[in-house]
Write a protein that binds this ligand. Structure first.
Ligand code: PLP
Length: 363
């Protein structure tokens, strides 16, 4: 997508220069102060302490540094945590529309992915639907809030209801069901909204995070797993996670990035500017005739395809140099996804293409 004529709304990739604060933090922490600066290093207190403090202050839960496991983003956090808790033959529930990789990341462990569909039109998380999918083999459920691609923040009530179902099923099964909370976008919130994650409702939650979104630097691989302060079997879990980090191929971020965490914690892309971009795009597309769902959070905006075949419509858009994600790849047929990480110039240039494609599709 290097062609400057192209308007690229496909992935949450940067289309502007990186945050200067990020560059400075990496430069500062890369300069060795002793011979061990780049030695093999594990979970660095320089990372685990500020992460635990930040989580505690944002959630009101007493997270401790010993329960923080730095990982290469949420991607690494998912791989490490699932390898630590899931056995071959187990079942792991994921919610559809899902993030692209959940299903294959479950399958590669020899476990069975079990899909539960979020309820249209608002993509609600209905605890009864999860209950119906639970079997004695269920070991974990992945919950993604704020949700990619719908931009939904799951309300505390839906998370409480889910927690009640998981507690009852864990008890009945005689084996704990873990909740893996993919919170990659928990700091990309619009319209002054706040975020409460599943850890506030369910004790056996592992919070998974990446700094790749708040910094809009997905190539700098840093994030973490955080065990909830109320989680059971803590010592076994700590051991299993650390073992999984190491034998999983050293799933521990670089020492430079771990040392930079205290700086990264305070850094973010401009959420106000992102929100303005969302509003500008939504207004312009609505004026053309598109049906737009305004996201509550995340980088993404779902738009209804003007014809049922979203793949055919996104092909039409590409004829006008506008690239978006067809809904079928997110298990949302009839929609397409726009990443708001595009720059303002791209948005301006894309609007005639969006208009021409709409008219073409509607004949
Ligand atoms: C819902 C969700 N989970 C996990 C990830 C992975 O994030 P990272 O590559 O920063 O680890 C992404 C990235 O797109 C995502 O959207």
């Amino acid at each position: 997508m290097g062609d400057p004529a192209i308007c690229d709304f496909v992935f949450g990739n940067p289309h502007e220069m990186p945050l200067p604060g990020l560059v400075e933090a990496i430069q500062r922490h890369a300069v060795p102060e002793n011979k061990d600066w780049f030695a093999y290093s594990f979970n660095e207190p320089k990372a685990t302490h500020p992460i635990a403090e930040s989580l505690a202050s944002r959630t009101g839960l007493a997270f401790v540094p010993e329960d923080i496991f730095p990982t290469p983003g949420t991607f690494g956090a998912l791989a490490v945590s699932m390898r630590a808790i899931v056995d071959p033959g187990d079942e792991v529930i994921f919610l559809s529309p899902p993030w692209f990789f959940y299903e294959s990341m479950i399958s590669i462990l020899g476990a069975r992915p079990v899909r539960v569909t979020l309820r249209s039109p608002q993509f609600d998380l209905v605890a009864e639907d999860v209950r119906a999918a639970i079997t004695p083999k269920t070991r974990a459920i992945i919950v993604n809030s704020p949700h990619n691609p719908t931009g939904r923040i799951y309300p505390k009530k839906q998370l409480d209801e889910l927690a009640a179902v998981l507690k009852a099923a864990s008890h009945a099964n005689g084996r704990k069901i873990f909740l893996l909370s993919d919170e990659s976008y928990n700091r990309i919130l619009f319209d002054g909204r706040s975020f409460v994650g599943p850890a506030a409702s369910y004790p056996d939650t592992l919070t998974l995070y990446t700094y790749g979104k708040q910094l809009l630097a997905p190539g700098e691989r840093i994030g973490y797993i955080a065990l909830s302060p109320s989680i059971g079997d803590r010592d076994d879990l700590r051991e299993a996670l650390f073992f999984s980090q190491v034998v999983g191929g050293w799933q521990i971020p670089s020492v430079t990035l771990q040392r930079a965490v205290s700086d990264l914690e305070a850094l973010s892309i401009d959420i106000g500017a992102l929100q303005q971009r969302r509003d500008r795009m939504a207004e312009a597309l609505t004026a053309i005739g598109y049906e737009v769902t305004l996201p509550e959070a995340t980088f993404y905006m779902m738009v209804r395809s003007p014809i049922p075949d979203d793949r055919a419509f996104t092909d039409t858009l590409t004829e006008h140099d506008v690239f978006v994600g067809p809904g079928e790849i997110f298990e949302m047929p009839g929609y397409f996804r726009i990443s708001l990480t595009a720059n303002d110039d791209m948005i301006t240039r894309s609007l005639p293409g969006f208009e021409a494609a709409f008219k073409q599709a509607r004949g």
